[in-house]
Design a binder for this molecule. Structure first.
Ligand code: AMP
Ligand code: ZN
Ligand code: FE
Ligand code: FE
Length: 283
């Protein structure tokens, strides 16, 4: 069983549609995939429709934009009930704020690289959660940058002059909201140092007390030392350990199934989640 619990589609900043993602997962030999678009669940239905054709089991999830005392934190939310109003409203607010923020970033960038917000929307699927990768794609389309990576390095960095924040939930409240909606909260790439400041172990311990289920340890942005540290911390705190690709299609080098989650850990996650995995019909 190859289980990949963190991927993105064009419903956020991935480049594959949810349907294409399922077919690519099958081609990559992945048996279980979690679709975890940024602050969005709009891809679930399309992905679920491809379960029978691909034989790939689908875990319905999302990656929530959060912060802990000003430090950006991503929280994976797996198998939650999407109708629960509190969590739903938070995701809606994050999406709206991301769009407003992208418009302000584009106004700033346009001083040096003439472009409009329309150029950004042209790079995103209808209704998609807008992220910096879409601004990057617009700059590539306009010939300013060779690829997404260059746009992030030269223009979009969070410590750069064009950066604007967007609304995020406090991660402690988010863990509780995810549990209240029957979801399984797992900290995404908690020690991905390349992304800027990371939260302290004490904060992770606090989150464990309010319901955090696990830590994403095997992720390409975490080196061996970071993974060893996180594994020990998870053992101390009684947290599950997951691994995943954080696949974004052509937008990043991450390959489906490059990191995976142990089937026994996956069984624990299933026990805790309110939704079922979408499985192919028995024949
Ligand atoms: P945002 O969500 O708008 O803050 O943008 C952050 C997203 O951009 C993350 O989800 C990353 O997956 C993606 N990202 C960050 N750095 C890069 C990079 N160098 N190349 C491509 N995508 C990136
Ligand atoms: Zn992303
Ligand atoms: Fe993330
Ligand atoms: Fe992600």
């Amino acid at each position: 069983m190859r289980i990949d619990l963190h991927t993105h589609s064009s419903v956020s900043d991935g480049t594959d549609s949810p349907s294409q993602l399922m077919h690519r997962a099958a081609a990559a030999g992945v048996d279980v995939v979690a679709l975890t678009d940024h602050d969005a669940t709009a891809g679930w239905a399309q992905a679920a429709r491809e379960v029978a054709a691909t034989g790939v089991h689908l875990v319905r999830g999302a990656e929530l934009s959060c912060s802990a005392d000003g430090i950006s934190v991503h929280l994976l939310c797996l198998l939650h009930d999407p109708e629960v109003p509190e969590l739903r409203a938070e995701m809606q607010q994050a999406r709206q704020s991301r769009e407003d923020r992208a418009q302000v970033m584009v106004e700033r960038i346009a001083v040096d690289y003439p472009m409009t917000f329309r150029d950004v929307l042209d790079q995103a699927a209808h209704g998609a959660t807008i992220g910096r990768p879409h601004i990057a794609d617009a700059m590539v389309a306009l010939g300013y940058m060779p690829d997404r990576g260059a746009a992030f390095a030269r223009v979009l960095a969070s410590d750069g002059p064009y950066y604007v924040r967007h609304y995020v939930q406090d991660v402690r409240a988010a863990v509780q909201r995810v549990r209240a909606a029957g979801g399984v909260p797992i900290l995404a790439h908690p020690r991905a140092a390349s992304r800027g400041r990371v939260i302290a172990d004490e904060v992770i311990a606090e989150l464990a007390q309010v319901g955090l289920a696990g830590l994403e340890v095997d992720h390409r942005d975490q080196d061996t030392a970071a993974r060893t540290h996180l594994r020990a911390l998870a053992a101390d705190l009684g947290l599950l350990v997951t691994g995943a690709s954080d696949y974004h299609g052509q937008g990043k080098e991450n390959r489906l199934g490059e990191n995976t989650t142990d089937p026994e850990v996956f069984a624990r996650i299933l026990e805790q989640g309110r939704l079922e995995v979408v499985r192919p019909p028995r024949t």
